[in-house]
Each structure stands twice: as C-alpha cells, then as structure tokens.
Write a protein that binds this ligand. Structure first.
Ligand SMILES: [Zn+2]
Length: 385
C-alpha cells in the first residue's frame, strides 16, 4: 500500500517520498484495521520534514509520517466492539515498557516519566499517512458521521482539552470564575484554543504576528475573539497588555517564542494560569528581571503549567467540543482547513506556504460516504469518558 515515508529517517540524508509499505495482517482479538480517509499536517510534521527529527521504528530505516488521523473502520478482530464503517480518530502516543512508569502503566502515557514512549508518525512508530492502519481498539476514538468534515481536528483539539483539564484541576485550589483568556499565536492550535475559550464563555483576545487582515485574524474575529497584530519590538507585548481592560485569567502560549512565555508570567492576572504549549528547539538567551518574575508568581499565586500530548479521555472530550463548536459557530471548523493535498503531492508541499491548516486526503472527500456507515446519528452515537 502507498505511504508517505521519511526514507532513511535515522541516517544521514533523509528524504520525503511516496513509497510502498506492506499491508497489515488481518486484525485479531481486540485489534482493529482502519482505512485512512485523511491526515492533518502540523508544525511537528514540518519539523520532521525540514529538521529531520523523526525517529523510525526500532530496526527500520524509514518512518511513515502523519499523526492527525481520520479514518473508517475496515475490519475488526473477534473481541473488538467497533464496527466496520465507524468513523474514528487515532490516539498518537503508545506507552513505554518500563514497569516503574506508573503513568504509562495506568493509561496516561502523556505523562510518561521515562521518555521511552513511542508516538505514531513521530517517534519510534509508523504514522498514519498510509492506506490502512492496524492497532488495538483502545487507541481508536469513535466520532459521529456528522463530524466527518472536521473530525481530522480531533488530535489537535485533544491537546487543548488536556490543557483545559489541567487548568480546571489546578484551579480547584481556590474559588475561580475566569472571565478573560489571552491566546499567544494564531496557528491552528491557537485558533482551537481561542474557539474553545469562546465556547467556555470567556472574553478572548489573540496576539499574533499574522497581519490583522489575514485569514487567521479574520477567522478569529468571526468567532468573536479580539485579534491584535503583534509588534515584535521590545516592550510591545507589555504595552498591549497595558491596554486590556483586565489582565487575563488564562494565557495560552502557542508560539514557542520562549521570551514571550516569561513576559506572559507578568501579564497574567492574580491567581491565573499560564499554559505553555509551544516548543522552542535550539538555543536562545534572554535577560530577565528574575526578582520581579519571582515576586509576581509568589505574591499573586500565579501558576505556570507546561503540557504536551493528550490521553484518550481528551480525544473523547475533543469530539464533544468540536461538535459543540460546529453548533455554535457553523462552518468555522471546516473553514480552518485551508488546503487539501493528495498523498502524491506530499513530498513537494511547501510548509511555509500553508495558509491555516493543511490536510492530506487518502480518499477524496466526495467518496468518503462509500465507507462511512449510515446510521441514525443522534441515537447511534454513544459517548463515554
Ligand atoms: Zn512511560
């Protein structure tokens, strides 16, 4: 079957190519075989392609790319409860094998302590840019058929849901009634954080380098967020925060520009939470008034939390939230998907030119209904956390 591979991912000269890969054996027991419909691309894929940091499975030279999947069940093992035709998203991380890793042993590999976890399409396991994927049923999350046009956003939304879950747990330390959220960055993750906060009833502001008349800014304004084009000069962020009626109760740092993460600590309201979601590879040095930051955190009970990956439960909440978003802001989620490519086009994609969110179709969307099971969507869709 055709797959997008990083050839020689572990070696000296990796190359992106469409290559053949053996089809998985028929599913047994609780295994499920899924036909891929489409796969979303994000910054991690861009880095794997450009910085060559993908890691192939042990003993192999190549890595199949892709970790934001939407597929349809093709066949199930005897003990699997899903049915052929079910629309599914796929959990990305797989646990390490260390008996001492209590989080991996308890279904929370997103908190793996050994670092020996694998991630499909990223680290030590093949991804989803291929025709068929087989795995244990517990890694597939069912979506109702009406989520077909935006279900590929389940994985990135799961990242947002994990953060919101963490914020809620942290804030049980006090009586907290948040009113305002500030999102730094207007990439797909920033957009999803912003629309999530809108669904939660918060006043949402977004600060990002994209032009104020650009497609991301216009999308954000359409969902009721207040967009401000960032100025990268020194002090510009502090000046912007000074213009806000209130300091934000929650800040989502989605840019990965690390000096901003520290400026955000000061910008946060008393008792607030700053969530760091952006990664910043390489080295950067920056001078800080550490006394002032320390005072801010201590005297105002501020909390900073770093967050990566997500558990299955967050994928399930993500499905619910995406449905809620589609109801509240009809058409907003499908509009986030700005470019669609075929598998053959992937090696020539220029990641710098993607407008908002790019998706790779394994099957053209107008043919998906040949495989997605028809059902009474409202009744047949059951949900459990
Ligand atoms: Zn672990």
């Amino acid at each position: 079957m055709k797959s997008v591979k990083i050839l020689n991912a572990a070696g000296g000269s990796p190359k992106v190519a469409v290559a053949e890969h053996p089809e998985p054996a028929p599913p047994k027991d609780s295994e499920v075989l899924v036909r891929m419909l489409c796969v979303g691309l994000d910054g991690t894929d861009r880095e794997i392609v450009t910085e060559k940091y993908g890691q192939p499975p042990e003993g192999e030279a190549d890595l199949i790319l892709g970790h934001e999947a939407l597929g349809v069940v093709e066949r199930c093992g005897d003990r699997a409860g899903l049915q052929p035709g079910d629309l599914v998203a796929v959990v990305v991380r797989r646990p390490c094998r260390e008996p001492r890793c209590v989080n991996c042993r308890n279904g929370r590999s997103d908190y793996c302590q050994t670092g020996a976890f694998t991630e499909r399409g990223i680290k030590g396991a093949h991804g989803f840019l291929t025709e068929f994927v087989k795995d244990e049923e517990r890694y597939f999350v069912k979506l109702p058929p009406r989520a077909r046009s935006f279900g590929v956003l389940t994985e990135p939304q799961s990242i947002v849901e994990k953060v919101w879950d963490e914020i809620q747990r942290i804030q049980q330390r006090l009586i907290w009634q948040p009113r305002t959220a500030l999102v730094l960055g207007s990439g797909p993750l920033g957009m999803l954080a912003a629309i999530t906060c809108r669904c939660l009833g918060l006043d949402v502001r977004v600060w990002s380098l994209s032009p104020a008349d650009g497609p991301d800014a216009r999308w954000l304004e359409a969902i009721g967020a207040h967009y401000r084009e960032a100025d990268s000069s020194a002090g510009a962020f502090a000046d912007y925060v000074g213009t806000l009626p209130d300091k934000p109760d929650v800040i989502w740092e989605c840019t990965g520009y690390s000096p901003l993460a520290f400026e955000a600590m000061e910008a946060l309201a008393p008792n607030g939470v700053l969530a760091l979601l952006g990664v910043s590879p390489g080295e950067r040095r920056h001078e800080l008034d550490t006394n002032r930051l320390n005072m801010e955190l201590v005297l105002k009970n501020k909390c900073v939390v770093g967050s990566v990956n997500a558990a299955r439960s967050h994928f399930e909440t993500a499905v619910h939230r995406l449905l809620q978003m589609e109801q509240r802001f009809p058409g907003a989620l499908p509009r986030m998907i700005s470019e669609r490519f075929t598998l053959e086009q992937v090696p020539s994609i220029d990641f710098e030119r993607i407008t908002l969110k790019a998706v790779v179709d394994l099957i053209p969307p107008d043919r998906w209904d040949e495989w997605i099971r028809r059902e009474d969507e409202e009744i047949a869709y059951s949900f459990s956390v």
